[in-house]
Design a protein around this ligand. Structure first.
Ligand SMILES: [Zn+2]
Ligand SMILES: [Zn+2]
Length: 251
C-alpha cells in the first residue's frame, strides 16, 4: 500500500473546476495530505483555460493560505497544453516563472501555435479516431512533440499520457526520464493500462499519482490510480508524491 501525501493535479473555478482554492485545500487537509498543487487548465484552452489576468490573484490567495495553514504546503501549478509540433506549450515566456510546478498534457479544443500545428496536432488526431490512417507515423510525431516540450520547459508531470492521442509508450518514457518529468497515473481518466505502466517502469520512469479533481470532494481520491500502480508493481520510491519519495528527495 502506498502513502500518497500530495495531490499535484487539482482544478478550481479558475478553469472548469467547481470549488475555490480554499475548498480544495480544506479537502486535502481533511485527507491528511501534506502538499497540494492548484493546477488549472492553461491559457490556450478555448472555453475553460485560466485567464492570464488571474495569475496574480491566484498567487495572492495561495500565499495567504500558506500563511494560514501550517499543516499543508500549497503550490501554484498549471496544467499547460501542448500547442505546437516543436514542443510549444501555452505558457508565454513572460509567465514562465509564475508557477511553482508546471504540469502539461494534451487536450483538444486548444488554440494551436500555428496553422500546421492545428492540422497535425488537433485535426489529424481527431480524424484518426474516425479513419485510422498512417497511425504509426502519427504516433511517432505525437511522441516527438511531447518529448520536445519536456526538453524546452521544466515540466514536472506529464498528465494522462496517451489519453486522447496515440503515443509510443517506451519512447515517451525515455524522454520523460531524460528530462526529469514524471508520468501521471491519473485516477479520473481510464486510459492508463497496467501494461503501459510496466513498460514505462522498465525504462526507468518516475510516476505521479493524481486525482485530477474537478470538485473538492475528489481531491486526494486516488483509488483507481493506486490499483494500477500496485498491479504494475511500481515501487513507492518511483512515485514522486509518495511519502517515501518526498522524504528521500526533499531538502
Ligand atoms: Zn487534463
Ligand atoms: Zn486536469
Amino acid at each position: 500500500m502506498y502513502h500518497i501525501i500530495a495531490d499535484y493535479h487539482t482544478h478550481t473555478r479558475y478553469s472548469h473546476g467547481k470549488g475555490s482554492i480554499l475548498d480544495n485545500v480544506e479537502a486535502a487537509r481533511e485527507k491528511g495530505l501534506k502538499q497540494i498543487a492548484i493546477s488549472d487548465h492553461g491559457f490556450g484552452h478555448m472555453g475553460f483555460g485560466m485567464a492570464l489576468s488571474d495569475i496574480s490573484k491566484m498567487r495572492k490567495e495561495i500565499s495567504s493560505l500558506n500563511q494560514r495553514f501550517s499543516d499543508i504546503e500549497i503550490l501554484m501549478g498549471i496544467e499547460a497544453n501542448l500547442t505546437g509540433m516543436d514542443g510549444t506549450i501555452d505558457i508565454p515566456d513572460s509567465e514562465r516563472n509564475a508557477f511553482d510546478m508546471i504540469l502539461m498534457g494534451f487536450h483538444k479544443a486548444v488554440k494551436p501555435a500555428g496553422i500546421r500545428d492545428g492540422w497535425q496536432l488537433f485535426l489529424r488526431n481527431g480524424l484518426d479516431k474516425l479513419i485510422p490512417f498512417q497511425r504509426e507515423e502519427l504516433t511517432q510525431r505525437n511522441t516527438e512533440a511531447l518529448g520536445k516540450a519536456m526538453e524546452r520547459y521544466p515540466i514536472r508531470i506529464l498528465t494522462h499520457p496517451g489519453a486522447k492521442i496515440p503515443i509510443d509508450s517506451a519512447k515517451l518514457a525515455k524522454a520523460a526520464v531524460r528530462n526529469g518529468t514524471a508520468l501521471e497515473i491519473n485516477a479520473s481518466h481510464g486510459y492508463m493500462t497496467v501494461e503501459y505502466v510496466r513498460t514505462a517502469l522498465k525504462e526507468g520512469a518516475f510516476f505521479a499519482i493524481s486525482s485530477d479533481a474537478h470538485v473538492p470532494e475528489k481531491v486526494g481520491v486516488f483509488d483507481r490510480a493506486i490499483a494500477i500502480a500496485e498491479a504494475a508493481g511500481v515501487p513507492p520510491q518511483r512515485i514522486i508524491n509518495s511519502e517515501e519519495y518526498i522524504q528521500q528527495y526533499s531538502r
